[in-house]
Design a protein around this ligand. Structure first.
Ligand code: A2P
Length: 270
């Protein structure tokens, strides 16, 4: 009797291994920044503002994965990311070349502190970002829950160059047409500053907070722990400087376990 050889045993994949997703679109904004959208597995759940591991298969045994803030809101059927391009970055040097139809790896678990659960209730929400640090806030401004919790949302974005503001400008402009958040668009204020090119407001957001210009420009009272809540995302230096400003104003840092008045997360690069 002929015996059929059993198929070679498939390499067992850990249930925690990243899933393989398909790139749906890619948009390059400048020579330093690009955005892309990928498929979202039905079982992938996250809270707006969280980050997840993203990556590519590598020739070495281990895939190359980095933490990326999810820029799309939790209700979106696809996942969006906004990334820096680092010429010699192990991941972004390759990731910036992806095209629709290519595969990227997506971690199974999201996490992070830039979530509503880490803040106590307030009236005004400041979302302070530099560079690609706007990504988690692109998620939060497109989540209706944000406008249920806060009367006003002030999104600030500071970049080196004017062209680097465009991703955020497009997200904000599209909000008016958003099926879930369109009615709240009037409650979102977008405050942009540029540091290395001429712009109406040519200075760091930290300077605007310290010299009070942002409060004068927007006609609001200075940071007040009684009503203001703050989320911060940018470089390590930026979050450290903003943290000092928040603490000086009397706000305390919160976390998922202990919600409070401001939360921070570094923008991820590489
Ligand atoms: P600057 O041009 O003065 O360094 P990067 O691309 O390096 O992450 O910077 C993004 C933006 O963040 C730039 O406009 C940069 O300003 C600004 N920035 C860098 N460090 C700080 C900081 N400590 N506080 C506030 N803004 C900062």
């Amino acid at each position: 009797m002929n015996q059929v050889a059993p198929p070679p045993a498939e390499k067992a994949k850990s249930p925690n291994a990243p899933t393989e997703e398909t790139v749906l679109s890619v948009r390059h904004y400048t020579d330093r920044m690009f955005a892309f959208r990928i498929t979202r597995p039905g079982a992938f759940r996250f809270r707006s503002g969280e980050f997840v591991m993203i990556g590519l298969e590598d020739t070495s045994a281990k895939p190359l994965l980095r933490a990326y803030s999810i820029a799309s809101p939790s209700w979106d059927e696809e996942l969006e990311f906004f990334s820096i391009k680092v010429a010699d970055g192990p991941l972004t040097s390759r990731l910036q070349l992806i095209q629709p139809g290519d595969k990227v790896l997506l971690g199974r678990k999201s996490t992070g502190t830039l979530v509503h659960d880490a803040l106590t209730p307030g009236k005004r929400l400041y979302l302070l970002s530099t560079g690609t640090g706007i990504a988690p806030f692109a998620s939060i401004i497109r989540d209706p829950d944000t406008y249920e919790r806060f009367d006003q949302v002030i999104l600030t974005h500071t970049c080196r160059q004017v062209g680097e503001l465009r991703y955020g400008q497009e997200c904000v402009a599209a909000l008016a047409e958003d099926p879930l958040c369109g009615e709240f668009a009037g409650r979102l204020v977008h405050y942009t500053t540029v540091t290395r090119e001429p712009w109406a407001n040519q200075k760091r957001i930290t300077t605007c907070l310290e010299d009070g210009q942002i409060y004068r420009d927007l006609g609001v009272e200075p940071l007040n722990p009684a009503c203001d809540r703050v989320m911060v995302c940018g470089s390590l230096d930026m979050i450290s400087d903003v943290k000092t400003i928040c603490e000086k104003a009397g706000l305390r840092e919160g976390s998922n376990a202990h919600p409070s008045e401001f939360v921070i997360e570094k923008a991820f690069v590489g």
